[in-house]
Ligand binder design. Structure first.
Ligand SMILES: NC(=O)C1=CN([C@@H]2O[C@H](COP(=O)(O)OP(=O)(O)OC[C@H]3O[C@@H](n4cnc5c(N)ncnc54)[C@H](O)[C@@H]3O)[C@@H](O)[C@H]2O)C=CC1
Ligand SMILES: O=C(O)[C@H]1O[C@H](OP(=O)(O)OP(=O)(O)OC[C@H]2O[C@@H](n3ccc(=O)[nH]c3=O)[C@H](O)[C@@H]2O)[C@H](O)[C@@H](O)[C@@H]1O
Length: 487
């Protein structure tokens, strides 16, 4: 596409950051825009080598097919960041923006060092004008910081426009989300050059996304909308999880409550599945980022409101684990507990902020032996997650207490309890009679994802506990407690 104000044609795209977002989103752009050349660059030689191999660095349904269809034709993965930047007219920044672990804003603010280093690299290397697209999730006004870095180091004859184009894909459905997005959001400067830069990015997406699904707005609205979307989604999960605690005390059933409220078209049925707590690299990070933003803007009441979404999530993971310990006669020391599922959700091998890490941590602190099975997470990833400094100060002890099993039946063998932490489909069709026979009695199942047929399991002899409903326990206890006035 030719840009008149810029006297430039968009032919080549570069993406800085070959992670969960940069890899899949650029693969889809390359697949849908055969007229464009797309190069994904990363400073990690290991990651780039994996993208160029038969075993891609991330597991996503359909990703292999899309990458194989265009890799080597108009899709390239490279460690040559400079060349990637130099050749492209349009550059996506898709680097990580983790929560800061030090200094001001520690534990809440986003660490923007990778964004800044990408911006500085562009400024250093660029010999002609560039449209720079911030795709990473960032605090409001980050685009302005990028623009300031670029303009402070600009070379004669070079122009920049910085756009915000946050990504809304969810892991496990990344390719489907990218091929069929609810919307594509583009924020930019409302100047003539800014509008033309936005039009160039709209043109890229129009190769496959209907115009009506491409929304344009000012940069700050776009940046804030991304944080707002994740905060609203996380808040819905914390809301239904808060309901699950009430359900467990009252005899109500959280799935029934979710169904009842979800049929109200104003509320809608999605994202109302109670669980052991949300995980993933973004919900907690982005809500905390919002909390920090509110504090900086001197809005303490608003900050406290969003902080509570995280507090309920922490409470849910802890509450579920306490129930495991209580049910196992108040001690799990030296007991064997099988954990099924370690990824933060099904259909991904990603474990970042996975609820399974927290459940395992609490059980290990109580001295349990845990046997973990996950269909996609590699053994070394699980061990790294459980021995990192945030989880334990006794990594050697943890290694002794944890074993990774190649199948769920081996994990269950000789165990006192089986805990479902991830909603993998395969867990619904396991041979639970076989599992029951191999377990110690009474054999407990804790379904942290509400995915199993509880009645069938109880008929087999299992003691079953789950989130947001009482199954094995005596319902009359609840009524008596209320009669005493001490719920
Ligand atoms: N993971 C997800 O599902 C989603 C993530 N996001 C956002 O997208 C951004 C990226 O997330 P992920 O892809 O999950 O991160 P990631 O950690 O998987 O990938 C980031 C990549 O950037 C590379 N990198 C960092 N600085 C670099 C530099 N200066 N030059 C070259 N490469 C550099 C790293 O080596 C890494 O491979 C984050 O801001 C995240 O919040 C947004 C939507 C979905
Ligand atoms: O910014 C991001 O990184 C992305 O964050 C989420 O995507 P993701 O974290 O990949 O996955 P989700 O499907 O949102 O699930 C997040 C967590 O919530 C849990 N969850 C989800 C839905 C639900 O009803 N209940 C529930 O407990 C999941 O099991 C998982 O642990 C958003 O859904 C994406 O739109 C966004 O782009």
């Amino acid at each position: 596409m030719y840009l008149r104000e810029w006297n430039m044609t968009v032919n080549k795209i570069c993406c800085i950051g070959a992670g969960y977002v940069g890899g899949p989103s650029c693969a889809v752009i390359a697949h849908k825009c055969p007229n464009l050349q797309v190069t994904v660059v990363d400073q990690s030689a290991e990651r780039i080598a994996q993208w160029n191999s038969d075993k891609l660095p991330i597991f996503e349904p359909q990703l292999d097919e899309v990458v194989k269809a265009c890799r080597g034709h108009n899709l390239f993965f490279s460690t040559d960041v400079e060349k990637g930047i130099r050749d492209a007219e349009l550059i996506f920044i898709c680097v990580n923006t983790p929560t800061k672990t030090f200094g001001w804003g520690k534990g809440r603010a986003a660490d923007l060092k990778y964004i800044e280093s990408a911006a500085r690299r562009i400024a250093e290397v660029a010999q002609n004008s560039k449209i720079v697209v911030e795709k990473s999730t960032v605090p409001v006004k980050a685009a302005e910081s990028i623009a300031n870095i670029l303009s402070a180091n600009v070379k004669p004859g070079v122009k920049y426009q910085v756009l915000s184009n946050p990504e809304f894909l969810a892991e496990g459905t990344a390719i489907a989300d990218l091929l069929n997005p609810d919307r594509v959001l583009i924020g930019g400067d409302q100047s003539i050059e800014g509008l033309e830069a936005m039009e160039a990015l709209c043109w890229v997406y129009r190769h496959w996304v209907p115009s009506g699904n491409i929304i344009t707005m000012n940069t700050w609205s776009s940046e804030l909308s991304k944080l707002a979307a994740n905060a609203f989604l996380a808040q819905r999960i914390s809301s239904i999880n808060a309901m699950s605690a009430i359900c467990e005390c009252t005899g109500a059933d959280v799935d029934e409550v979710a169904h009842a409220i979800g049929t109200d078209s104003r509320i809608g049925p999605k994202f109302l599945k109670a669980s052991v707590g949300f995980g993933g690299s973004c919900f907690q990070k982005d809500v905390l980022n919002m909390v920090y933003l509110c504090e900086c803007l001197n809005l303490p009441e608003v900050a406290a409101y969003w902080q509570q979404v995280i507090a309920i999530n922490d409470y849910q993971r802890m509450r579920f684990t306490k129930r495991i310990v209580e049910s196992l006669f108040n001690t799990v020391t030296n007991k064997r507990i099988a954990i099924l599922g370690f990824a933060f959700k099904k259909d991904t091998g990603d474990t970042r902020e996975s609820a399974a890490i927290y459940v395992s941590k609490y059980l290990l602190e109580e001295g349990a032996h845990i046997r973990i099975y996950d269909p996609k997470v590699p053994e070394d990833q699980i061990i790294n997650d459980l021995t990192c400094v945030e989880v334990t100060d006794q990594p050697e002890k943890v290694k002794q207490l944890v074993s990774i099993c190649p199948d769920p039946y081996l994990a269950a063998e000789g165990s006192h309890a089986l805990v479902i932490c991830t909603e993998w489909d395969e867990f619904q069709s396991l041979d639970y009679q076989r599992i029951y026979n191999k377990m110690l009695k009474p054999a407990f199942i804790f379904d942290g994802r509400l995915i199993l047929n509880h009645q069938k399991l109880m008929d087999l002899g299992f003691k079953v506990e789950t989130i947001g409903k009482r199954l094995s326990r005596d319902q009359t206890k609840v009524v008596r407690t209320f009669a005493n006035g001490t719920p």
